[in-house]
Design a protein around this ligand. Structure first.
Ligand SMILES: Nc1ncnc2c1ncn2[C@@H]1O[C@H](COP(=O)(O)OP(=O)(O)OP(=O)(O)O)[C@@H](O)[C@H]1O
Ligand code: SF4
Ligand SMILES: [Mg+2]
Length: 338
């Protein structure tokens, strides 16, 4: 757990976060049980840095982010946001703290009100948080449009009159309106063409530097985050299975699941491309309502052993900034696939 290390530069510290959803069991006598979409995860992010959360569909990335922002209820855990014990705030303090966290969503078209002009979309959070004097808000909107590379006259247009990339710029301007410190980017470029993806990623990087923003950046694609993050947490079935600084994760992936995700990233480096064999993971994850008692990856892991089906591997430190949950990795930090 990064949170074990005392660090005053941390903006966000998440401890033992757990989110569960009630699900009905089938059959006549089917009782209630729970799906643990996020199962006891801990991580932290330093001010001005980016933590990427990666993992395949259904691994719990969005639920974790929503719980951090209090948009879904955490069953357990603690979220420290700067000086705020965020999950326990109420009333005025909560209102103040909420302004510090904003979301950028995958599909800006679905997240922007189609009946509002771009100007009103960006201005809305300022009005609802009563940020500054109403007379000063237009100036702030003008400035935000400029910061994200939109022209002043585009303020009068409706969302459908923009391209996908421009719509995401509106979403970013809106997220920035309340001067947040933490921005949660949930697959912000997945719906965009590759060329536009690069523009939006560059914009996010520039804004991060200019405004000292901290990002929690969610993606199913390690390729997208490789130039974007300082550290990476890999999620599988609600758990963090590997957590490392960017260099360690990309140069020395230790969990077989991380290695498989990484082997799917096309490398620009020819040597690396030739050295990397594509690792295919067969099958699907097990039923999340009834996870296996051992390693959750065991039924798909190419190097699984007997112990993997018997005991759940804990997330353990194997280096300065490197943690992994795998029975076959010890402090020598050697990949079991090597
Ligand atoms: N409101 C809900 N009620 C019940 N189950 C839910 C709810 N929201 C999410 N889940 C379940 O929780 C698990 C994690 O979902 P989540 O959306 O967080 O995954 P994700 O990693 O963001 O996936 P994707 O890459 O597809 O966006 C899934 O099994 C999902 O079906
Ligand atoms: S604990 Fe076992 S099954 Fe799980 S990733 Fe490691 S080797 Fe594979
Ligand atoms: Mg998601």
């Amino acid at each position: 757990m990064v949170g074990e290390i005392e660090n005053n530069d941390e903006l966000l510290n998440v401890e033992n976060l757990t989110v569960r959803f009630p699900v009905k069991r089938g059959g006549l006598f089917g009782g209630k049980s729970y799906l643990y979409a996020v199962d006891d995860i801990s991580f932290s992010i330093k001010r001005g840095e980016t933590l990427a959360i990666v993992g395949e569909s259904g691994s719990g990335k969005t639920t974790a982010a929503l719980a951090v922002a209090r948009l879904v209820k955490a069953f357990k855990g603690k979220v420290q946001l700067g000086e705020f014990d965020f999950l326990n705030l109420q009333d005025e303090e909560l209102r103040k703290a909420r302004a510090k966290v904003q979301f950028i969503f995958q599909d800006p078209y679905a997240s922007l009100n189609p009946r509002l002009r771009a100007e009103a979309i960006v201005r809305e959070p300022l009005d609802s948080l009563e940020a500054g004097l109403p007379s000063g808000r237009q100036g702030r909107v003008d400035q935000l449009f400029k910061s994200v590379g939109l022209r002043p006259e585009q303020q009068r247009l409706f969302p459908h009159q923009f391209s996908g990339g421009q719509r995401q710029r509106i979403g970013i301007a809106r997220a920035l309106s309340t001067q947040p410190e933490l921005i949660i980017c949930d697959e912000p470029v997945s719906a965009l063409d590759v060329a536009v993806q690069a523009q939006i990623l560059n914009l996010l990087r520039r804004l991060q530097k200019e405004m000292d923003l901290t990002y929690l950046f969610i993606s199913h694609d390690l390729g997208v985050v490789q130039h974007m993050c300082d550290s990476v947490a890999v999620m599988y079935m609600g758990k963090i299975v590997e957590h490392a600084d960017r260099k360690s994760l990309f140069n020395n992936p230790l969990h077989p699941y991380t290695s498989a995700l990484l082997s799917a990233v096309p490398s620009v480096d020819k040597k690396r491309r030739e050295a990397t064999k594509r690792i295919l993971i067969p099958g699907d994850p097990p039923d999340p309502i009834d996870p296996p008692k051992g390693c959750r990856f065991a039924n798909r892991c190419p190097v699984a052993q007997k112990i993997c089906n018997e005991k759940e591997p804990p997330l353990q430190s194997v280096g300065v900034d490197h943690k992994v949950a795998c029975h076959l990795v010890d402090e020598r930090a050697k990949s079991p696939l090597a």
